[in-house]
Design a protein around this ligand. Structure first.
Ligand code: MTE
Ligand code: HPA
Ligand code: MOS
Length: 771
């Protein structure tokens, strides 16, 4: 198995990111001045002092932008530099260009504004009550919930709160722009969506798309944070470059990035779940209040995926879920791994755990009996086409023995009073395809050079997820070559036009299939040429290990010689591949359709131990049965499962993103106040069992998307912790709020039982169990 193509560069420190490219002598450095308040009307901006500061070359405000300052992926409602209203702290108002970065940042602090303050709203429910929404409220429904409530043996109702999440990509937002002779721009950007950046830059400059070149080598992580956030950063750099005639680079320092860029959406939700006597889900109703922040951004698309995932992997015959993007005065929230799916899944899981607690049964028994079967319908009008939900659950059970795990946890808790264990089983289901259908297209340009080496350019972005490695693996297989002969080039708008963003976990499916299309066209031509030369039917020929074979036998012709001859005979050794996912459609007018090419399933088992005196906890074991088709590179895919899982665990446990309700300020915008999971959060025992699934006809070589689905396992850690807390405090109030930080764990261990706490403190602690 080959390793990640970038591994050696990363380890040697030679991988190039935007500002690792040699800096031109005359390059300007940029800094932003942002709004000091979360909501207000800008009366005036005073840039005098900043202009006069040392090494400052120019200071720009919205009126300086040569083209259209308005941008946004769904609605163009935010200006690159504020025009009138400001709706979140840090919203860019002025752009400072200086000969060095420190001077630019110092000068930014000298800008002053006169702002008429407006009322600040941070609570999405308040915004909703006032009708302050982006777009319209949406509802996914099937069956008739109203008709069945009175037939339910059990009904639970509740509310849940979910915090947002900071992306913490290692490379902060940045772009470098070079002015072009024709008024356009050449931009090195850290973006997941070069075409989106190209459009935003072109609009800001007032030029056509063909004058804007966006080039992306790789990202130091994106995680959705560069699906759209990168557009304005690159456009501001391009504007400065155009106006000064000099290359210009905008790099956000970490604190600024954390303070002013959009993050995962916090959600507040209500739910109601009805079960039959035997535990079948009869009805589910929910309402999601998405905290969208100050501008529309990608919120409506994220909201849509929340709706698509609100049933998780359960058959819910009567279902009605409403969701709305609520306009508040925090950063405009955006894509983040899972793209709203985790927030949808979270609520149905809360409801099931709530019902299990009320009934006094293990949640996993309720879950197992309600998993979707072949032939069931998802509420959005797509039929389940196989038994994968059960295959994953059963594999988890067979491999890891759910009953024995449950018995061990219960036995431990019976024996220990101050250390409590908890377990949770979390099945997932993630639809693969952009819910916005036009984005489901991929492209590839493949060149075979005269020496037999091959290069690929596609519409996909390498952001650490291993895309290049997988694309090269696809080309190597298609050509019958080893990976060493393949390179993957930067993603560039002049080599590939009209790309969708690298997102929705679909990048390999879309661009890998396009590579396959292009490579197969070239291979056919080369084999046709060889067949002609050898006087045999090309059907009998193949390339295996870089040698021509005929009916499986070596034909005494190496790939290199074959290519050299093909070139001399004027065979076209380049081609372009295009791929559009077949068979998908969705009609928002009725909220029904075949939205996804396929779904990814899996089942995870979490086990935790909580120290009930301290509120600290350990994630002891996580075992997963995951459905990922036939991996193109198993090590890369396992890396994605582990990475997504741990990133999600951070969101559910230690990453406590907060906004001040009065001021709208993000109060956790530094690494001193925002804790990301470290290596010690990773359980010592982490087992991943891969389900071999030969049935995926959509992914290249039967592979399956893997980038986001594993993130969805993360709520499992919350429910395991909750179970341990309940084992210690069976009756205290325990709201379904995440993240479950150690601080919150401690509070909840003793919620409603202060007297017990005093007693507990005076009794001897039991011994810590050995791991
Ligand atoms: N893995 C790494 N190392 N870095 C990233 O930025 N982004 C995630 C996931 N895994 C990301 C990652 C997100 S949000 C998505 S949508 C997918 O990768 C995108 O890549 P794919 O479509 O190739 O899976
Ligand atoms: N997932 C991720 N990014 C997206 C999507 C999606 O479904 N739609 C638009 N951008
Ligand atoms: Mo991923 S949130 O679709 O970039």
């Amino acid at each position: 198995m080959s390793r990640h193509l970038d591994a050696e560069f990363h380890v040697r420190g030679t991988s190039r990111y935007v500002d690792d490219h040699p800096r031109p002598e005359n390059m300007l450095h940029l800094a932003l001045f942002g709004s000091p308040v979360a909501h207000g009307r800008v009366r005036s901006v005073d840039t005098q002092a900043a202009r006069a500061a040392d090494n400052v070359v120019a200071v720009f405000t919205v009126d300086d932008i040569p083209g259209d300052p308005w941008h946004g992926p769904v609605v163009q409602d935010e200006a690159l530099l504020a025009a009138g209203e400001v709706r979140y702290i840090g919203q860019p108002i002025a752009l400072i260009a200086a000969t060095d970065v420190d001077s630019a940042r110092r000068a930014a602090a000298l800008v002053s504004v006169d702002i008429e303050p407006l009322e600040i709203v941070t609570d999405p429910r308040v915004a909703h009550a006032r009708g302050d929404l982006f777009g319209v409220e949406r509802t996914f429904a099937q069956g008739d919930v109203d008709a069945v409530w009175n037939t339910c043996a059990t009904i639970v109702e509740g509310r849940s709160e979910l915090a947002g999440q900071e992306h913490v990509y290692m490379e902060t937002q940045r772009a470098r722009a070079y002015p072009r002779e024709d008024g356009g721009s050449q931009v090195m950007a850290s973006t997941q969506g070069p075409t989106m950046v190209q459009k935003c830059v072109a609009r800001a400059l007032g030029v056509a798309l063909h004058r804007v070149e966006i080039d992306v080598t790789r990202l130091g992580g994106g995680f959705g944070g560069k699906e759209d956030n990168a557009n304005s950063i690159a456009s501001l750099a391009a504007v400065a470059a155009r106006l000064t005639g000099r290359p210009a680079e905008l790099v956000l320092d970490r604190a600024t990035d954390m303070r002013i860029t959009g993050k995962r959406h916090p959600y507040s939700s209500d739910y109601r779940l009805g079960l039959s006597e035997s535990g079948d889900i009869l009805a589910f109703e929910a309402r999601h209040y998405q905290n969208a922040g100050g501008y529309t951004e990608l919120s409506p698309a994220v909201l849509e995926r929340t709706l698509f995932t609100s049933c998780n992997t359960y058959n819910i015959p009567n279902f009605r879920v409403h969701a709305a993007c609520c306009k508040t005065n925090i950063v405009p929230n955006t894509a983040f791994r899972g793209f709203g799916a985790a927030q949808g899944l979270w609520v149905i899981e809360c409801a099931i755990h709530h019902a299990a607690e009320q009934l006094g049964v293990a949640a996993e028994t309720l879950k197992a009996r309600n998993l979707v079967h072949d032939g069931d319908w998802f509420p959005y009008g797509q039929q389940v086409a196989h038994e994968h939900a059960h295959m994953c659950w059963d594999a988890a059970d067979t491999q890891f023995d759910l009953a024995a795990t449950r018995a061990a946890v219960d036995a431990f808790n019976a024996d220990h009073s101050h250390i409590k264990k908890g377990m949770a089983v979390l099945p997932i289901c993630h639809g693969v395809s952009f819910t916005k259908i036009p984005l489901n297209q991929g492209q590839a340009l493949v060149h075979v050079y005269q020496d037999g080496s091959v290069t690929l350019s596609t519409g996909g972005i390498e952001m650490g997820q291993g895309l290049s490695t997988k694309l090269a693996a696809i080309a190597a297989r298609a050509f019958g070559l080893s990976m060493e002969r393949i390179t993957v080039q930067s993603t560039n708008t002049f080599r590939t036009a009209n790309m969708g963003p690298s997102a929705a976990s679909a990048t390999t499916d879309l661009n890998g299939n396009a590579v396959l299309v292009a490579a197969e066209k070239i291979r056919e031509r080369v084999l046709a040429f060889a067949g002609q030369r050898l006087g045999v039917d090309a059907e009998r020929l193949a390339i295996v290990d870089a040698r021509l074979t005929c009916d499986g036998d070596d034909a005494d012709w190496s790939w290199n010689d074959l290519i050299a001859q093909a070139f001399l005979n004027r065979i076209n050794l380049s081609d372009h591949g295009f791929y559009a996912t077949p068979g998908i459609a969705f009609d928002p007018a009725v909220e029904k359709g075949q939205a996804f090419a396929y779904h990814v399933y899996g089942t995870a088992i979490f086990e935790v131990a909580v120290d009930c005196l301290r509120g600290t906890y350990e994630i002891e074991r996580i075992r997963i049965a995951h459905d990922m088709g036939r991996p193109l590179n198993e090590a890369v895919d396992i890396g994605q499962i582990e990475g997504g899982l741990i990133q999600g665990i951070g969101w559910m446990t230690c990453e406590d993103l907060r906004f001040d309700a009065q001021t709208g300020a993000c109060t956790t915008a530094t690494h001193a106040s925002y804790k990301v999971p470290g290596v010690y959060m990773v359980p010592d025992d982490l087992q991943i069992h891969l389900l071999e699934d030969p049935g995926n006809s959509v992914g290249p070589y039967s592979s399956k998307a893997v980038g986001e689905p594993p993130f969805l396992y993360a709520p499992g850690v919350y429910f395991a912790l909750r179970e341990a807390i309940r084992a210690f405090n069976p009756s205290g109030p325990l709201p379904f709020d995440a993240p479950m930080t150690p601080e919150r764990t401690l509070m909840q261990l003793y919620a409603g039982r202060i007297d017990d706490m005093i007693e507990a403190r005076s009794s001897p602690a039991d011994t810590t169990p050995s791991a």
